[in-house]
Design a protein around this ligand. Sequence first.
Ligand SMILES: Nc1nc2c(ncn2[C@@H]2O[C@H](COP(=O)(O)OP(=O)(O)OP(=O)(O)O)[C@@H](O)[C@H]2O)c(=O)[nH]1
Ligand SMILES: *[C@@H]1O[C@H](CO)[C@@H](O)[C@H](O)[C@H]1NC(C)=O
Ligand SMILES: *[C@@H]1O[C@H](CO)[C@@H](O)[C@H](O)[C@H]1NC(C)=O
Ligand SMILES: [Mg+2]
Length: 505
Amino acid sequence: MAVLWSLKKKLKKNEDGYKLPTAHSKLSPKGRKSSLFSRSSHRKLGPWVLLLAVGALFWYMSSKAFDGGKEVIKKVAPPTKVDVLEDEAYYDFDFEDIDPQIVEKFDEGVQHYLITQFGDDVLTPEDGEIFEKEQQMLLASTVEKYDLSVFSGSSQGAENGEHVLLCVPLRDAEKVLPLMFKHLMNLTYPHELIDLAFLVSDCSEGDRTLDALISYSRQLQNGTLSQVFAEMDQATAEQVNKGNEKLYLKYMSPDYLKTVEQAFSPPFHENYDKPFRSVQVFQKDFGQMIGQGFSDRHAVKVQGIRRKFMGRARNWLTANALKPYHSWVYWRDADVELCPGSVIEDLMSKGYDVVVPNVWRPLPEFLSGEQPYDLNSWMESTEALQLAQNLDEDDVIVEGYAEYPTYRVHLAYIRDPTQDPNNIVDLDGVGGVSILAKAELFRRGIQFPAFTFENHAETEAFGKMARKMGYRVGGLPHYTLWHIYEPSDDDLREIANKERENRRG
Ligand SMILES: Nc1nc2c(ncn2[C@@H]2O[C@H](COP(=O)(O)OP(=O)(O)OP(=O)(O)O)[C@@H](O)[C@H]2O)c(=O)[nH]1
Ligand SMILES: *[C@@H]1O[C@H](CO)[C@@H](O)[C@H](O)[C@H]1NC(C)=O
Ligand SMILES: *[C@@H]1O[C@H](CO)[C@@H](O)[C@H](O)[C@H]1NC(C)=O
Ligand SMILES: [Mg+2]
C-alpha cells in the first residue's frame, strides 16, 4: 500500500495546474485571507472579523470627521482585523474580469423596445417587421429549441447517435473508483455520446472520494487513465508478491478470480481510451447518517431511511444533469466487479423503457461460491400486495428479510447461466445497480421516490411508478453483472477461524 500511496502522491504532484473546483469558484474570495470566512476551518472567526470590520468602519468614519485625510486609514489598520478589508482582491473579485471596452463592444447594436400593453398597435407595420426580426435574432442567440420527440430513444441508440446520461452516485467510494473507471472505459457504447455525471454525498471525515474522482476524471478525459492504472496496478502487484494479498481471496473460486483477472487485462476494445462527451462532478450532502460499512447498511431497520436518502440523491442528480438532448439515462453503481462492455447497447436493444440486468455476487467457496445479490428486481405477488395492505402507509417493504415474506419472483433467483442472455421478463420493482431508462420517463416526472410510494422507496418505487404510468419495465434473468464481494463481519470471523485451524493442523 505504501508504494501505491507514494505513487498516487507523485501522480498528483505532476498534474500541472490541477486544482479542486472550489479553488476556482467565482463566489469564493481569493487568497489566504478568504479562509477567515470559510465555514470549515475558522467557523467562529467569521462573525468576529465582521464585527471588527464594522467597528473599524465606525472608527474610521468618526475619526475622519475630525482628522480627514489618508493618515487615518493607517491608524485603523492594526494587524489582523483590517487585514481582510485591505485585500483588494476580495472586493474586486466579481468585477476584475470585466473590461469596459469589451462590454461596450457588446452594447453596440443593442436595440431597446418599449412595448405597451397593446404593443402591436403602436408599431407601424415597418417597425413591426423590424421588431419581429430583431426579436427572432435575440431569441436565436439566447434560447435553444429542442424537438423532444427526436430524443425519445430507440433500441439502436448507438447507430442513431443517441445521447446517454450516465449517472453514478458515490459515497465513501475512493477505493472502488479505479474499478469503476475501468468499467466506464470498457463501455463500447460510443464514449462521445455519453455524458458522465457523478454525485458524491455524505462521505466520512477524511474520505477522499471527491479528490480522487476529479483526478481520475481529468486523466480519463486526457486519454491517459489506463496508463495511470497500469502503473498503479504494477505497484499493487509488487505489494501482493510481498505477501500483502487480501486474505479472503484465498477462499474464492479460482475460476472466478481468473475471469476477473482476464476481464481487467488487455487487449481492450479500440475506443477504450477515448474521452467521454463530458464529465460532471457534483458534491452535495443529504444528511445520510447510516454507515457505509457492509453490516451497517444491511440492517433491516435502516433500509427504508437509507433508500429514501438515496432517492433524494438520485433525483437531485437527474434534475441537475439531464439535458433535453439525452435520449437515455443509465444508472450504474460503482461497486460492480464484472460487466459486459456492451451493457448499454444490450439493455437498449430490448425495446423496453426501463431495463435491468441480473446482479449476482461471488462468495468464498465455503459459502457456496456465488449468490443471487440484487433482490430489488422483482415481479409483484398477491402475497406482497396483501402484506402491504396491513402495513402503515409509510412503511417500506424490503426484500430479502424475514420480516417481509413477499413471495415475489426475484430476477436474481430465475437465472440460468445456460439460457439465452437476451431473454427478458416484465418486472415491477427494479434494483439500482444498473438501470437503463428512457430519458423521457424523467421528463414526465417519474423519479426515485424519497418517500413511501406503494410501500416502496427509491429504485423499487421507480419501477412501480414507471409501470403505473404505462411504461414497460423489464429485466434480463440470464444476463449477469457481478457485484464485488465485501466480506461481512461474520465472514471475516469464519475466515479467521479457518486460518487458525490451518495453522494448527
Ligand atoms: N450519493 C450517494 N451515493 C451513495 C449513497 N449511498 C451509497 N451510494 C453509492 O451508491 C452506489 C450503491 O451503493 P451501495 O452501498 O452498494 O448500496 P446498494 O447497492 O443499494 O446496496 P448493496 O446491495 O449493499 O450493494 C455506490 O456507488 C455507492 O457509492 C448516498 O447516500 N449518497
Ligand atoms: C495529457 O496527455 C498527454 C499525452 O497524451 C500528456 O503529455 C499530458 O501530461 C497529459 N496531461 C495531464 C494533465 O496528465
Ligand atoms: C469488458 O468488456 C468485455 C467485453 O464485453 C468483457 O469480456 C469484460 O469482462 C469486461 N471487463 C470487466 C472488468 O468487466
Ligand atoms: Mg452495492
